[in-house]
Design a protein around this ligand. Structure first.
Ligand code: FE2
Ligand code: FE2
Length: 159
């Protein structure tokens, strides 16, 4: 029996947790009175939870890349989405810089712009999870031996 948590299980659990936060963020968007909280939630999600998850997932990606001899097939596609999500994250942060969070005004086009980018990003992230699970994680489950899996799990847990 395995004496460690499978790295893929660690990442799938993070997907679930982040998905719940995304649903919360979206429900806050329904009432403009909650937009300040929505923006703070989104910033935490995008700049902390997403980044932390990508760093953990990156360990698995690096190992698969090493085994496959480069970014090929599903790895290339998944990595392309990671780059697109990262450029949306940069746009979100640029828009965030222009806003005074202590006085969020629902008529301010910059606030609407920020919420639009944030909303697009979190839902793109959620749909990306499907690809991680369908391609990346499926490949990782079959291809990596226990010794390596234990090492990856250890690295992930110590981040
Ligand atoms: Fe992921
Ligand atoms: Fe991913």
């Amino acid at each position: 029996m395995q004496d460690f948590v499978h790295p893929v299980d660690i990442l799938v659990e993070e997907h679930r947790k982040i998905s719940r936060h995304i649903a919360n963020f979206s429900s806050l968007l329904d009432s403009p009175g909650e937009w300040e909280a929505a923006i703070r939630n989104a910033a935490q999600l995008i700049n902390h939870d997403f980044v932390q998850h990508e760093r953990r997932e990156g360990i698995l990606v690096a190992e698969l890349e090493r085994m496959m001899g480069g970014k090929i097939g599903p790895l290339e596609m998944v990595e392309k989405e990671h780059r697109q999500l990262d450029s949306l994250r940069k746009r979100f942060n640029k828009a965030l810089d222009k806003i005074d969070l202590s006085q969020v005004n629902g008529d301010d086009p910059q606030v609407l712009d920020l919420l639009e980018i944030g909303n697009r990003l979190v839902w793109a992230k959620k749909s990306h999870f499907f690809k991680d699970e369908r391609f990346l994680f499926a490949a990782a489950r079959g291809a990596i031996d226990d010794e390596k899996l234990r090492e990856i799990a250890w690295k992930m847990e110590s981040m």
